[in-house]
Unconditional design. Sequence first.
Lengths: 330, 330
Amino acid sequence: MGQTATLKKISEQLNLSISTVSRALKNHPDISENTKRKVKELAMLMEYEPNSYAVNLRTNKSKVFGLIVPAISNMFYESFISAVEKDARKSGYSLMILQSGDDPLQEADNLKLCKHYRVEGILISVAPDSYAGDLLLKYQESGIAIVFFDKVLANSGFDTVCMADEEAATMAAHTILTYKKKNILALFGNPDLSITKKRRDALLKILEKENDIKIQVQYCANSDEAKNAVSQAIQKKIRPDHIFCMSDEILIGVMKSLKHSTLVIPDDISVLAISNGFIPGLYNPEISYIETSGYELGKLAIKRMLENMEGKTPVKAIMLPSRLVAGGSL
Amino acid sequence: MGQTATLKKISEQLNLSISTVSRALKNHPDISENTKRKVKELAMLMEYEPNSYAVNLRTNKSKVFGLIVPAISNMFYESFISAVEKDARKSGYSLMILQSGDDPLQEADNLKLCKHYRVEGILISVAPDSYAGDLLLKYQESGIAIVFFDKVLANSGFDTVCMADEEAATMAAHTILTYKKKNILALFGNPDLSITKKRRDALLKILEKENDIKIQVQYCANSDEAKNAVSQAIQKKIRPDHIFCMSDEILIGVMKSLKHSTLVIPDDISVLAISNGFIPGLYNPEISYIETSGYELGKLAIKRMLENMEGKTPVKAIMLPSRLVAGGSL
DNA sequence: GCGGCGACCGCAAACATTTGCGGAAATGTT
DNA sequence: AACATTTCCGCAAATGTTTGCGGTCGCCGC
């Protein structure tokens, strides 16, 4: 079955050499317009398209990026992936998407897969306790472009693209001050994550300067823990008049608890989250949030990747500015 | 920079031929244990790993599946992708994920990309107005395994894996009957989609047999339309006592409207949705739903794909059974 | 009529791997 | 000692493409 067209088959049909056909198809000046036309016509007819594996073998260019995320099924990464896929395609690149499941071993596995498929660049949001630094360094030295996004390795010397976490939390703090909240419950995720530390520190830095503000910090591994934390907090004599949620996951737990209560948002208690906006929009009133757009971050990340590959001097760290989206929860 | 290890480099180090090294690494019986050991040791040391492009060129096997979805950022597909990625990896396959954006042209583009990368199989959920059938048929004939999932092309002669839409809707209808609801507002998505038709027809088939049940069907292109539909319906003299939502998107709109109203769920009005469960869990009370698990569907789809490639006789159509998950909205 | 020049095109190597075949040495069989 | 068999390994072709280099024409000018 002579199914797939190759340069060879075309050349045989036309009594030309393989190299002439190859050159004709890419408009090499050495080839006459006449033969070019003939070659192109037949190529079209035979539905020729270059065998990417042969090309890659020859040129060592795969036109593929590796994209490693903790999990695809995550509000934030979905939109990120969506953006990256779109823009990568525009530049003729495809994506190999891999999920680490927050497991460092799996993450390392994924990196090896990227190497195996000779990706030209890797976009990665690291898992907790990642030890991928060394491997990535080696890959970078061997010519693979590396861009960290969202969850980045601290002082790693790689290009990074991430949310302006300090800025977002600072913005949250100022918003809380504006609304004259006095008793704040601040809920965070895994305290070991840099994202948690940054957001917490920035928030506290502002709020702790105020003498008349009481602030209680708590860490919740998941929605349920957040729910429980709130349920307990609102039963105390002096219950919080504001809840700050560092993420969607936390927010979901918080809202579950509040709905079981009789408290009214925002009259009895106000809520502010950091989110990409989908979840906050589900509630009534809609929850006010500081926006962290996965989509925008994706656009930024792929842009940086392409620049990086063109050899621009490393900017090292890019921040995506944040903004407050007012719902009715404040 | 002699960076990447190749068979050639190993063979030169050991004064062996390339073929011997190749065979040694894959435990060919022709090679003595002694040389095998030596080769393997050096390979390990040099961090040799076969150049996938050379292998693919030779064998015409890419170990990659193409996965085409309308959009990655979609509750349902995320979990689907997640499952497929996991199971594909177990069998040594990687994924090339592409999104069509519900655009038939983009979809066709994606298919060509799959061909370009010589994927061994394609998993596809088609866009509306897809004309991919012919192309896919051609690909199938050229040896690419094809599995449709979720949104499938009608009577296409391909393997399909999808939700048991009729069953789910039938289950919903019986549930509604059980709770003795009499005035039902049934909200659906795009009426041209087969998924909409199936669910609608199955639902109506049961409910229309009952004389004392009034049922009003409405199509909503998005959340907002659903919201408006509900807002209008509940202002009528005889307002519905039950709302059926064919999808998460519809449900979100419905809930927005209901929250703005004074109606209490489930006392004043009850709600039932078809969903994968995430969104229904966000509300209070949690919304009862007929489960359509993207994750389970993904597991099924990749299983079918692998079977297909082993040459099992086509089962053609697989249905994922559904089940009722009781929240507090009934 | 010969050197030169430009226009076109082909040869062959290279990329890394797999695999049928054949060959040499070692061992075993009469 | 002659022959057969086994053990172990290398040659070379093949996959499809790219590209440096060289070669063959025809044509022009002197």
